[in-house]
Ligand binder design. Structure first.
Ligand code: CTP
Length: 408
């Protein structure tokens, strides 16, 4: 993906050991399509050199208010006017205090002060010792900076360079990258709570065997990521998959269809949108054996019998909140053939306003997919694309539909 294509970011470094992470962050931003102009304070240059940052960003670094390379000799004006965002990472406690008071005794604080408030957002990634972070002065400054319109990212927790353990270290570069990408995404789902099921379920036959399917969970995880980036609070109920949790998403791991139903029903009362992407196993063993089923040497095969699993989507779609329009339910259909006919029939059967069809064998485990959206008016295709791109389009589509129908 090139999620930051066309974005010009002024990356400001202030004094802190987390400057080493800023070097990685600079690369990550560029890899995602951004252009990056690094500005460093004197304190930052004690931790990482401007040569390093120049090599990584492909641009000479600015570190002085009196830099004369621009014809007008006003780097604080020029740099702040060119930026789509100013990202201070790491931002020290001292630099936050400075920003708060509108001081401008070095180039970075001066350009933050000179930035056009409404068009150039200020993103702050704090980095400091845990006592400094917890100090009332710092907490007061964070609250005031937020009130002044800055976006102050979370801090990481755990071991710190000083040897102490706690809150305050800078987020990892990949986490910050995710936060920056999310910041630039439109927020049509702000105020919504989205519940998503994803992945396969696993139905035990005995303690070592079971039935499952080839769903990788990628589409559901991409939707969770896209919904979160669109401003929603997201709960993801995931079957057994090997995927990392999208940043900001609250994840509940389940195994069987019954577990998935319980977790989903438990979280449904707060949800405004439910998206069922999980490939729930249709049947489970009528009675899972407590011990491993052994061959008896005769060549006889065990007589397995199955019962049907509960239908999670249909259960939620029939709930009073869904019927009243307070919970908007979206189903998926993984088919092997006759997609439109099956998707239409499934939409009716499940009682959902929107059903998204895809061809199972062409999507399971893949990074790309193609979707067919079926509603009461007909169908629309979403052409083959990456699952994240499709997820973003689908989330935007659902946001339009819920804006018209569901109550928050
Ligand atoms: N679904 C569900 N609970 C089930 C079965 C399916 O919530 N027990 C949901 C899926 O998450 C999906 C939709 O229902 O959103 C359709 O799932 P699919 O497996 O395609 O359909 P089935 O109802 O299982 O029908 P069939 O297997 O006959 O195609």
């Amino acid at each position: 993906m090139n999620d930051l294509a066309g974005k010009h970011i002024v990356l400001g470094l202030t004094g802190g050991i987390a400057c080493y992470k800023a070097a990685e962050l600079c690369r990550a931003l560029i890899k995602e399509g951004a252009t990056v102009q690094v500005v460093m304070t004197y304190a930052a240059s004690q931790f990482v050199t401007s040569i390093t940052m120049q090599a990584l960003s492909g641009r000479t670094v600015y570190d002085s208010t009196w830099d004369q390379r621009d014809a007008n000799s006003m780097p604080h004006i020029n740099l702040s006017r060119q930026a789509d965002a100013i990202l201070i990472a790491p931002c020290s406690a001292d630099f936050m205090a400075k920003l708060l008071h509108g001081r401008g005794d070095d180039l970075l604080s001066l350009l933050c002060l000179a930035r056009p408030l409404r068009t150039v957002p200020l993103l702050i990634a704090p980095a400091m010792n845990r006592e400094m972070w917890l100090h009332p002065a710092t907490q007061r400054n964070v609250a005031q900076l937020r009130q002044d319109g800055a976006i102050v990212f979370d801090v990481g927790r755990g071991d710190q360079a000083c040897g102490e353990t706690g809150d305050g270290r800078m987020l990892e570069s990949q986490e910050l990258l995710e936060d920056v990408i999310a910041f630039f995404q439109p927020k049509p789902l702000a105020g919504h709570r989205v519940l998503i099921t994803a992945g396969p379920t696993y139905e035990a036959i005995d303690p070592v065997r079971g039935i499952t399917n080839l769903s990788s969970g990628k589409m559901g995880f991409a939707l969770a990521r896209a919904a979160c980036q669109a401003g929603a609070q997201v709960t993801l109920v995931a079957g057994p998959v090997h995927l990392s949790t999208p940043r900001g998403v609250s994840r509940i791991d389940v195994v069987s269809a019954q577990n998935m139903l319980e977790a989903t029903v438990q979280h449904a009362p707060e949800a405004t949108i439910f998206i069922a992407t999980a490939a729930v196993a249709d049947w489970r063993s009528a009675a899972a054996a407590e011990q491993k089923i052994k061959k008896d040497g005769s060549g006889a095969v065990p007589a397995l019998s199955f019962v049907e699993n509960p239908d999670i989507l249909a259960t939620l779609a029939q709930s009073p909140r869904a019927r009243s329009g307070a919970l908007y339910c979206v189903g998926f259909a993984a088919e092997s053939h006759d997609l439109l006919a099956h998707a239409r029939a499934k939409r009716e059967r499940k009682g959902v306003p929107l059903l998204v069809g895809n061809i199972g064998p062409a999507t399971f485990g893949q990074d790309e997919n193609a979707l067919l959206l079926v509603d009461e008016h007909g169908s629309t295709e979403m052409a083959r694309d990456s699952k994240l791109s499709l997820a973003r389009k689908l989330i935007a589509d659902i946001a339009r539909r819920t804006g018209a129908g569901a109550k928050k």
